[in-house]
Design a protein around this ligand. Structure first.
Ligand code: SAM
Ligand code: SF4
Length: 441
């Protein structure tokens, strides 16, 4: 294997993005240098996602490329596909040397030593850990916004979902450890914190303090230097009114709530085993909409779950009209290994799933065009995240999680990245806003 160099590609959700930051930190602490292409690397790693079949296939496609020309490299599969497929990966892709699920990343250093010693078929596949992956070696990608994992795994059993199999049972980090990390980040100059968990709001502090999620966010939001706190993803069943009250009480807690509904039909919600009805979900939307502050609301939708009849699908469309989400992620149901829904009858044909997905996306696009147009003329504070040189615009993110690109008199001179600035919205599209900076909010 050439000198200690590695290439890492990440697929999937923010949990994976943050896990990769920890993997990169661990590797760098072991003397590895990150390189931008797999060709240059001695160690090639894929941090994988298996939430839908397409995501999983992407990884095997990548691995295929090394069949002939990867002999001088060590190749590792990390994350959810690793956990799900385990040692089968060695059969499907014999040139892979390391297979490691996220619950075993705290053993990564030790596994690397085995790889360096020429070890083949090295594995870290145990889910038997009480620790949320906590490492001192995190190499953060963004200098202003930092992720903090507050819980790992999932104790729910949604009939379509692989997560309980790939990330194991739910375990929460201690409030002391979360607070210490948040304070450290604030001292290092991070101003935005994003708390992560598969069901972040199911958080239960394992110490005698026994903080719930609402108490935790209240405390994190009070740390000096922290100007924004976000969190993802919330499960509607565990979304209590106390969370809205905590948010109302402290504007550091951002004006955005992601509350995945999956379907607008109570019949489908029951067969998905989501643990709430449409009415119970709508009660939570009501709490949010009648709160003291305005919150943007976003969601996830699955179309074509087994047994979804036209009337169930219509119920989802009606829900989109009723809630008027600010954005959503929509997916065709994808059958996944080990899940209960694999055995369900009445699978919806692929073509019909595609049709329903298009209808959902078109409806939502119209809703977003309308809602975003309503923001023209308003002034919003953005955190400046970057610069689009071609458009001569700065890229900003609002507290309610919209992209707001804007012009500024300091046109490309000094970097504004990391600053919080007031911006007046002048134009809107379905997915973003355009504006100009103003001097006072
Ligand atoms: N824990 C979150 C919750 O309960 O809402 C969801 C986390 S999951 C990683 C992200 C999203 O992927 C889900 O909300 C769901 O919409 C989608 N998803 C999960 N499994 C899926 C499947 N088998 N087919 C299609 N979409 C799926
Ligand atoms: Fe998957 Fe359901 Fe757990 Fe969310 S709550 S991660 S959808 S099993």
């Amino acid at each position: 294997m050439p000198a200690k160099t590695f290439y890492l590609e990440t697929f999937g959700c923010q949990m994976n993005a943050h896990d990769s930051e920890k993997v990169v930190g661990t590797l760098m602490a072991k003397g590895y240098a990150q390189v931008p292409t797999p060709e240059e690397a001695g160690l090639v790693l894929y941090n994988t996602c298996s939430i839908r079949d397409k995501a999983e296939q992407k990884v095997f496609h990548r691995l295929q490329q090394f069949k002939r020309n990867g002999k001088d490299k060590a190749i590792g599969v990390l994350g959810c596909v690793a956990q799900q497929e385990g040692e089968h990966i060695f059969e499907r892709a014999p040139h892979v040397g390391l297979v490691c699920g996220s619950a075993s990343y705290n053993r990564l250093g030790e596994l690397l030593v085995q790889i360096e010693a020429g070890g083949r078929r090295v594995t870290g596949l145990s889910l038997d850990t009480d620790e949320a992956f906590d490492t001192p070696f995190t190499r953060r990608d963004n200098p202003h916004r930092a992720y903090i994992t507050i819980s790992e795994g999932c104790d729910k059993s949604c009939a379509y979902c692989v997560v309980p199999f790939t990330r194991g049972p739910e375990r929460s980090r201690t409030s002391d450890s979360v607070m210490a990390e948040a304070r450290r980040l604030a001292e290092q100059g991070y101003s935005e914190i994003q708390l992560l968990g598969q069901n972040v709001n199911s958080y239960r502090d394992p110490t005698p303090a026994a903080w719930n999620f609402a108490i935790l966010i209240e405390h994190v939001a009070q740390i000096p230097g922290i100007r924004r706190v976000r969190y993802t993803t919330s499960h509607p069943r565990d979304f209590g009114r106390d969370i809205v009250e905590a948010m109302d009480a402290n504007p550091v807690l951002c004006d955005h709530i992601h509350l995945p509904v999956q379907s607008g039909s109570s019949k489908m919600l029951a067969s998905m085993d989501r643990l709430y009805t449409r009415d119970e979900y709508m009660r939570r939307i009501e709490w949010i909409k009648t709160a003291r502050r305005h919150y943007s609301i976003t969601t996830d939708i699955i179309v074509g779950f087994p047994g979804e009849m036209e009337e169930d699908f219509e119920a989802t469309l009606a829900l989109l009209d009723e809630v008027e989400y600010d954005s959503l992620f929509s997916f065709q149901y994808s059958p996944r290994p080990n899940t209960a829904a694999l055995r369900f009858e009445d699978q919806v044909p692929e073509e019909e799933k595609r049709r329903r997905l298009t209808i959902v996306q078109e409806k939502q696009r119209a809703i977003q065009i309308r809602r975003n147009a309503g923001l023209i003329g308003s002034v919003k504070e953005v955190l400046v995240e970057g610069r689009n040189q071609a458009l001569a615009q700065w890229i900003g993110r609002t507290s309610d999680n919209r992209t707001l690109n804007f012009t500024h008199p300091d046109n490309g001179g000094a970097s504004l990245v990391g600053q919080y600035l007031p911006v007046r919205v002048t134009r809107s599209g379905p997915n973003s806003l355009v504006g100009e900076s103003v001097t006072v909010v």
